[in-house]
Design a protein around this ligand. Structure first.
Ligand code: MEV
Length: 322
């Protein structure tokens, strides 16, 4: 049988992180950095995986052992995804699967979600399963929950549908709200955030403190206003809403010194507004900026000790590669 290749983009959270875990909406954009998964035949009736990008040269698993025993960390999402799809579609043939990524899993671009989505699409094509985008979302989100236990699925939705979307967990609303590229600069703190740990810390704060619900209510209002601003291409307004979102995230204690430093530096460089993107604690920050100040903002990120990631936003969702 032939080999098929599918690819899926990484993502950047624009607004609404943390609140989205509790049913509030968020806005997320897909980035032009992709994960590619190739699926081909395997004569031994096993799963053979090669992921040289993450230092995994060769990994074998018998079909009956999927999801059982020791699984290398870099393989967990792929293995759980394969297990789910094999079970749902009663597949019993082995495959060889190779993964490759344009970006480091350190950036917080959602490599786990993207690899699960690309794997689902590649399996669908290889075995003729005719999975719809919604089927791919459901299986990939299921695999993410199997592994992490927490997560709203916004990253999975961005990888499947692409562009810039308004999302309500668990895929209750997935609405494309903007199709172009956003005037964003992205700065990486150099620190890897542990999303499940930070999500659990916020859950604990929410359990202890009543005011957290009103912060989530305020974030919801900001996201609704941001959706309208997107529809009117009003990036100045979006910047202001991002600044306010950052203040609210600060009250949840999820920002960090490095994030604050990079955010201050781009604000000084004249951006419309800036905030952390994702769980916080590290990973990336983003800023809305006019095209003529983009380079100045990027340089400000580097001068403040961060890395300016020159990614494009609004990328296409999961697709088959020729
Ligand atoms: C993490 O990138 C964003 C969070 O809202 C978690 C989630 O939505 O799964 C903190």
């Amino acid at each position: 049988m032939r080999q098929v290749i599918a690819s899926a983009p990484g993502k950047l959270m624009i607004m609404g992180e943390h609140a989205v875990v509790y049913g509030a909406p968020c806005i997320v954009t897909a980035v032009d950095q992709r994960v590619r998964v190739a699926v081909g035949p395997n004569g031994e009736g096993e799963i053979h995986v090669k992921s040289p990008n993450v230092g995994l040269d060769e990994y074998h698993k018998k079909l009956s052992q999927l999801g059982v025993g020791e699984v290398p960390k870099s393989m967990t999402f792929v293995e759980h995804l394969i297990k789910r799809v094999y079970k749902r579609y009663s597949i019993c043939s082995g495959i060889t699967l190779t993964t490759e990524s344009d970006f480091s899993s350190l950036f917080g671009f959602g490599s786990s979600a993207a690899v699960a989505v690309a794997t689902a699409a590649a399996l669908s094509e290889y075995f003729g399963l005719k999975m719809s985008k919604r089927d791919i979302f459901d299986e990939a989100y299921g695999a993410v929950l199997d592994v992490q236990g927490v997560g709203s699925g916004f990253d999975v939705a961005a990888s499947v549908y692409g562009r810039t979307i308004y999302y309500v967990t668990p895929g209750k609303v997935i609405e494309s709200i903007f199709t172009g590229e956003l005037p964003l600069v992205v700065g990486y703190t150099g620190i890897k955030a542990d999303t499940p740990t930070i999500v659990r810390q916020v859950a604990e704060l929410k359990r202890r403190e009543k005011w957290v619900d009103s912060v989530f209510g305020d974030i919801t209002t900001l996201v609704e206003r941001a959706k309208i601003a997107f529809q009117g291409n009003n990036f100045v307004q979006l910047g202001k809403l991002m600044d306010r979102n950052q203040e609210l995230l600060g009250t949840l204690n999820v920002s960090s010194d490095m994030l604050d430093q990079l955010i201050r530096s781009v604000r000084k460089a004249g951006t419309y507004g800036a905030k952390l993107s994702g769980a916080g604690g590290g990973d990336c920050m983003i800023a809305m900026v006019s095209p003529e100040l983009r380079d100045a903002a990027g340089e400000a990120i580097e001068e403040a000790g961060g890395a300016w990631l020159k990614v494009k936003t609004g990328a296409e969702g999961v697709r088959l590669e020729v």
